[in-house]
Design a protein around this ligand. Structure first.
Ligand code: FES
Ligand code: FES
Length: 231
């Protein structure tokens, strides 16, 4: 490799910085910036870190040299999308790697969906996608375009009447602290849609993905059996 500028004076004991080389993409871009924009290596590195590792050097330098904004992340993924949530079509700006839980809570204001573990272990974030219970913390929002999403806010009737599962959970004293309750409700609703008359063991198995730190499992099971009986 060939040095493209004269060597500096290396002092004994000083940190040695490799000299830039024109055939190294990183250094070539740096040299280009130093020549054209008088941007130092320190400023360059600061900029890369602030922009995130996902930004390619080419994009960064191209923008820096031309003064244009960097190309959007995500390789052409459309960000402004339509979602069918609780029977309404909602337009929302979604990042390429955004989870449905984040979109629901922080873009659409549907905070009934809880985030507990945020890694598919607790069930607090359970919603219905085409009537099937799913962890929204482990579902990419872009993957549910065109599907029907139901959150706990979408269960009550327009007149404010609770869903039979919600009422049965109240009657059976299911919620203790209440944090897991929306997820428990959504899983129970999905169960009763698929199996309106479950045995207690079937219900227990269907609810296995919803943890309750207050230990109210039997109360929730009683609620499911009550809702099934009264439906
Ligand atoms: S927050 Fe999604 S499974 Fe725990
Ligand atoms: S009611 Fe408190 S975590 Fe379930």
């Amino acid at each position: 490799m060939t040095d493209v500028r004269p060597a500096g004076v290396d002092l004994p004991g000083a940190a040695v910085h490799p000299r830039p080389h024109a055939d190294d993409p990183f250094d070539a871009a740096l040299l280009m910036l130093e020549g054209r924009r008088n941007v130092s290596r320190r400023e360059f590195i600061k900029g890369v870190i602030a922009s995130g590792v996902a930004v390619s050097g080419a994009t960064y330098f191209g923008a820096a040299c031309t003064g244009l904004a960097p190309a959007p992340l995500g390789g052409g993924v459309e960000r402004l999308i339509s979602l069918n949530v609780n029977g309404q079509v909602r337009r929302v700006d979604v990042l390429p790697g955004e989870t449905l839980a984040m979109t629901l809570r922080y873009k659409l204001g549907l905070t009934g969906t809880k985030l507990g573990c945020d890694r598919g272990e607790c069930g607090a974030c359970t919603v219905l996608i085409d009537d099937v219970a799913q962890y929204s913390c482990s579902t990419l929002t872009h993957r549910v375009r065109g599907q029907e999403i139901t959150t706990v806010e979408g269960l009550e009737t327009p007149s404010g009447e609770l869903h039979p599962v919600q009422q049965a959970f109240i009657d059976e004293l299911g919620p203790q602290c209440g944090f897991c309750t929306p997820g428990q409700v959504m899983s129970a609703v999905a169960l009763l849609k698929a199996n309106p008359d479950p045995t207690r063991e079937e219900a227990r198995a269907a609810m296995a993905g919803n943890l309750c730190r207050c230990g109210a499992y039997d109360h929730y099971l009683n609620g499911i059996m009550r809702a099934a009986r009264e439906a």
